[in-house]
Design a protein around this ligand. Structure first.
Ligand SMILES: [Zn+2]
Ligand SMILES: [Zn+2]
Length: 248
């Protein structure tokens, strides 16, 4: 790891109201070229009227992060990728809101300091596919912007995440811990969609193959949807124990 002396976040002791467009945040930047991490201080993006600046409180490591880290699918002789920030399974607190934002996506009042879960892809919400609810098929969907194009503090493995518009943001109840909330936007959302597409109904029996991050979430979702039996297959007892706690 390099640049460790920049670990101490600037403005750590100050309130959110002191944040300005020149506020800085720390990002964990991955360098492919020498396989190293760098803690880099980067400016926060200037807040647009319909955007939300989130102070990241918890981020989990998704299986996709491991694929991205290893460079799976990239040819051996490809040049190193440009430096980038990892992390997308995250939650946080509203650090600052654009002046057009007053509520979350369920029209509940939203204020600075509220703990929130949110999406990390930004479908346009206006095209044919979006209007049919097929946000993943949106051709205008935005995701992570490369660091060389937009050198700002923005990511899961960073202090801040920039929720541009249109977005989905949901206030979290106190009963859900930060750690439990982090995978809502990826692992939980994925398996919920799978159950939805598969048409899981009250009384169904559901088999979940693999009790990893997705499998454990799938177990809990299947149970919540009213599955009669949730059978989980895995080779590791601790994972199966966790699945049992989640309704297997
Ligand atoms: Zn993920
Ligand atoms: Zn769209």
């Amino acid at each position: 790891m390099r640049g460790a002396n920049t670990l101490e976040p600037s403005g750590k002791q100050r309130g959110y109201e002191d944040m300005t467009m020149t506020e800085m945040g720390t990002s964990a930047v991955w360098h492919d070229s020498d396989q190293s991490w760098e803690m880099r201080e980067l400016p926060l993006p200037e807040l647009e009227a319909d955007a939300i600046q989130v102070r990241v409180r918890a981020t989990s490591v998704c299986g996709s992060d491991l694929h991205i880290w290893r460079g799976d699918g990239i040819p051996e002789d490809a040049p190193p990728r440009e430096p980038f920030v990892f992390g997308h399974e995250m939650m946080g607190e509203v650090a600052k809101m654009g002046n057009k934002i007053t509520t979350d996506s369920l029209r509940r009042p939203l204020k600075e300091g509220d703990r929130v879960a949110f999406s990390y892809f930004f479908p346009c919400a206006r095209c044919y596919n979006c209007l049919r609810g097929e946000f993943g098929a949106c051709k205008f969907r935005l995701g992570r912007t490369p660091l060389e194009e937009w050198p700002v503090c923005n990511g899961g493995f960073a202090q801040y995440y920039y929720l541009r518009s249109p977005n989905y943001v949901f206030k979290l109840p106190d009963s859900i811990s930060n750690a439990a909330a982090a995978p809502i936007n990826c692992a939980l959302a994925q398996v919920y969609e799978a159950m939805h597409l598969g048409g899981v109904r009250l009384g169904d029996n559901v088999v979940v193959q693999g009790a990893g991050g997705l499998g454990v979430n799938a177990t809990a979702v299947a149970r919540e949807l009213g599955a009669s039996k949730v059978i989980v297959i895995d080779g590791q007892k601790p994972r199966l124990d966790l699945a049992m706690q989640c309704g297997a």
